[in-house]
Design a protein. Structure first.
Length: 533
């Protein structure tokens, strides 16, 4: 009998090992969808995404300097003002806080960008769970992680990128206020709108989109009759008063900047730019949507009659999302074409974060648990491919020629040369650099003295210093000989630094046997006023 039992035991199928792929996949899906574990699971996913892409971008951009927008934000953050000439202050404030904790190095700027996007992923998940079930919500997050803005195109921290935190906050606060309709939810909505406006006035698009979505919703009367929207409006207006005071003091410099730079006279050109804007930003969404469709499997759509009640979608909130996306996605380019505004493709960076959720919220989609595993595998494969190819791509992207403001220009080398030149002459800290943003802002970032940037001939200066202060403390002026604004730069230097020592400098970056562009600069070293006398 013992032999029979032993034989039976030997012939019985062995249980699968707990460490098998199926077990891991089941644990992964459970972690992403369980009510207790899902928030922490999303947080860890966002952290992993941020860390991996910080490493990838550091390798991918090894043959380049940081983007001038990043250098500009760093310069703003050295002083906490109520505004910085072109934009409201929040992006500068956060950059200032970040670089008090982290070193002023290239990798740190990519970490700042990825930390911003990691926070955005978490906020977008909280938006999604108000609209769809947790399975669909996690799919939304992974689709966003595949969306190029959240990985290789999200390398530069600036006001546009920070809006991927503040604008989702506005939407999240609105969805919350739409459900609760009380004073507290209205207060949070007002604070979120204030954060958006203090990042960039472009937030008015989402604020307007939220307002129009509320008016178009079938339950609009219940929301409008509640205290939430009115408390939000009062909170926004009161909180904006200090910045409004600053705007008056600087004669509305950001508005002047926008009018001077982005107003054009050709309606045909404005229409072309609007179409380019739409095509570019929809094109960026394509990889995420294709990855989502691939993860959902064959025939993911089911007939409307076969959709079960609920279907994992809160239709009342889904209508809000669809309406907001339609408004913020298409009203700005239409308005730009009508008002003859040069609408930049980058302005769409913070406006299409609802795209994946709008897709996943379609009730006709059949979302099985295996879709989570497939989409996560696609994200991981994409990330690993970029990690492997990044060193080669870094060398490939280094070209022998570069346009003004290109990250391939060796501004970091020039910053070291000019710092040494100032120290040799005056034995003191280099206080001010004067020039266009493209050449001056990187000096502020890369010089160990971090001189304050003085933008030449701009009515929307940052307010960090003035021409009188620059003449008193001394400055180094820089003119890029390859810039078509060279005559204007030379004229400014002749007027404001007539007795400056003039030098010609050049530099070129070499990376893994590949040579970058040779760039020549005209340098004007203006000593401090005391020494000049």
């Amino acid at each position: 009998m013992a032999r029979v039992q032993s034989a039976a035991a030997r012939s019985a199928p062995r249980p699968r090992r707990a460490g098998g792929l199926r077990y891991l996949a089941a644990r992964f899906a459970m972690g992403a969808t369980d009510a207790k574990t899902a928030p922490a699971f999303v947080l860890w996913f966002a952290l992993l995404h941020a860390v991996l892409w910080t490493v990838i971008l550091t390798s991918l951009k090894a043959a380049q300097d940081v983007h001038m927008d990043v250098a500009e934000a760093y310069g703003w953050g050295q002083q906490f003002l109520l505004g910085y000439g072109k934009h409201p202050p929040l992006s500068g404030w956060l950059a200032g806080l970040w670089f008090k904790l982290f070193p002023v190095q290239d990798w740190s700027t990519y970490a700042l960008a990825m930390a911003t996007l990691g926070v955005s992923l978490v906020i977008c998940w909280h938006i999604a769970v108000r609209v769809v079930d947790r399975r669909r919500a996690f799919l939304t997050v992974v689709m966003l992680a595949i969306y190029p803005i959240f990985n290789f195109k999200g390398f530069k921290y600036n006001a546009d990128l920070l809006q991927l935190v503040t604008l989702p906050l506005i939407v999240l606060a609105y969805l919350h206020a739409f459900e609760r309709r009380d004073v507290r939810s209205g207060l949070w909505l007002g604070l979120a709108a204030l954060a958006g406006m203090m990042t960039k006035y472009w937030a008015i698009t989402v604020i307007g989109g939220v307002g129009l979505a509320a008016l178009a919703h079938p339950d609009r009367l219940r929301f409008i009759a509640s205290p939430a929207p009115w408390v939000a409006l009062v909170t926004l207006l009161v909180g904006f008063i200090p910045h409004l005071w600053w705007l008056v003091q600087v004669h509305f410099a950001p508005i002047v900047y926008a009018g001077d730079i982005y107003e054009i006279s050709s309606r045909t050109l404005s229409l072309q730019l609007a179409l380019t804007y739409i095509g570019h930003n929809i094109g960026l969404l394509v990889p995420a949507v294709l990855a989502g469709l691939l993860a959902l499997g064959w025939m993911p759509f089911r007939p409307r009659a076969a959709v079960p009640a609920g279907a994992g979608v809160n239709l009342a909130q889904a209508r809000n999302v669809w309406m907001i996306l339609a408004i913020v996605g298409f009203v700005p380019p239409i308005a730009g074409a009508i008002l003859t505004i040069h609408i930049k493709t980058d302005w769409g960076i913070p406006l299409f974060f609802l795209g994946p959720l709008a897709f996943i919220a379609l009730p006709q989609l059949r979302v099985q648990r295996i879709a989570l595993i497939r989409l996560a595998a696609i994200w991981l494969a994409m990330t690993l491919v970029f990690a492997i190819l990044s060193p080669w791509l870094a060398a490939y992207n280094l070209k022998p020629t570069a346009s003004v403001g290109s990250t391939s220009i060796p501004a970091s080398q020039l910053a070291q040369q000019l710092t040494e030149a100032w120290h040799q002459r005056f034995r003191s800290r280099w206080p001010v650099v004067a020039g266009t943003m493209e050449v001056a802002a990187p000096m502020t970032f890369y010089s160990p003295d971090h001189p304050v940037t003085l933008m030449q001939g701009e009515a929307w200066g940052s307010g960090l210093t003035s021409l009188d202060e620059a003449k008193r403390d001394g400055f180094i002026g820089i003119c890029d000989t390859g810039d078509n604004r060279l005559p204007a730069c030379e004229e400014w230097m002749a007027t404001n630094a007539p007795n400056a020592e003039q030098l010609n400098m050049s530099s070129r970056r070499f990376f893994r046997g590949v040579s970058g562009p040779l760039v020549r600069w005209k340098i004007y070293i203006m000593p401090p006023a005391v020494l000049a006398k």
